[in-house]
Design a protein around this ligand. Structure first.
Ligand code: DGY
Length: 331
């Protein structure tokens, strides 16, 4: 009896391969960088299950090449790298890893906010370069956090975890913009639902924490940055194309906002000569919000469990298209 084949597109915490290899032949892409497109397609051609990352474009072409493919499990909560409609049309189940990265992503978002507001990276680099000559009464002046107003665009699981930290930690007033009201956040965090424009004009800190889709792409453009306070800090740790990057750079260079913290960019990574690396008052981290040992282990395990369920012809524990129950591949 032949065992199903699973391709994992990068080295991930070993728990995934351990779980999967009890039931399937597992191949892990050994490279530090993702497989190139033609390699990926050739691997998918033989696979019953694909454990992918947000670096892989899972589109109709790839799904057609994967004639045996039953399940694709993305080791991420975001699935904007996957054409869900195309997968559903082909009866391929898609899974993701929600929930387990909420707290680590909220922590990193707050870390960026603090780093920008208190100019941590800039002063650290100056100290390393030997520029610390004296205690400077006017050096590295940043922003207080206590009692300020934070506006969060997208108050889902992660947005709420950020709001809790800022409300309970720094007594911040919470504004949020969201398609749906969040009565829990209104009750527990005194959150106030406002329009996008009100959020921009009233917030001291503006945080992008919404899904990337055609209606949210580039919502943070030059006109949005111009509506913000000149003392505002913008943070994006969700998806790069929520902001229009050249507009953000221009706004920072023109001093239209105080600063920005990005864990995500557009494109990702930016090319080596991208002006983002030289933009003032900008703290940049390379998409590390979920990068804690504990979180990445949990993500890998969830992603593997999705694959196992899919190969067994069972509903995925964390499914994006639950109407698709894949045909059983495991005997
Ligand atoms: C996700 O899961 O979508 C994050 O961006 C990476 O962990």
């Amino acid at each position: 009896m032949t065992r199903p084949r699973v391709f994992i597109t990068r080295k991930i915490p070993s728990v995934a391969a351990e779980l999967l290899s009890s039931q399937a032949e597992v191949e892990v892409w050994p490279g530090a960088l993702p497989p190139d497109r033609s390699t990926l397609l050739s691997k998918v051609a033989d696979a019953d299950g694909l454990l992918s990352l947000l670096t892989e474009k899972i589109d109709a072409e790839l799904l057609d090449v994967g004639k045996r493919l039953r399940v694709v499990s993305n080791m991420a909560v975001g699935v904007n790298n996957i054409d869900i409609a195309a997968a559903t049309a082909r009866g391929i189940a898609i899974g993701n890893t929600p929930g387990v990265l909420t707290e680590s992503t909220a922590d990193l978002t707050v870390a960026l906010l603090l780093a920008v507001a208190r100019r941590v990276v800039e002063s650290h680099l100056d100290a390393q370069r030997g520029l610390w000559k004296t205690w400077e009464p006017l050096g590295y002046l940043g922003l207080d956090l206590l009692g300020k107003t934070v506006g969060i665009v997208g108050l889902g699981r992660i947005g709420t975890a950020i709001a809790k930290r800022l409300h309970h930690g720094w007594e911040m007033k919470i504004l949020y913009a969201s398609r749906t009201p969040r009565p829990d956040a209104e009750r527990e965090l005194k959150g106030v639902r406002v329009s996008f424009d009100e959020l921009l004009t009233q917030s001291d800190f503006v945080i992008a924490m919404t899904d990337l889709n055609p209606s949210t792409q580039y919502v943070f453009d030059r006109s949005a940055f111009r509506k913000m306070k000149r003392s505002a800090v913008f943070i994006n740790s969700a998806r790069g194309p929520l902001h229009r990057q050249e507009d953000l750079i221009a706004a920072l260079e023109a001093g239209e906002i105080f600063g920005a913290g990005l864990d995500v960019t557009d494109p990702e990574p930016p090319p080596p000569d991208d002006p983002i690396y030289r933009t003032p008052r900008l703290v940049l981290t390379p998409h590390i919000a979920s990068a804690t040992i504990e979180t990445r282990n949990r993500m890998a395990e969830m992603a593997a469990r999705n694959i196992l369920a899919g190969l067994s012809g069972e509903p995925l524990p964390f499914s994006i298209n639950p109407d698709v129950v894949p045909r059983k591949t495991l005997q």
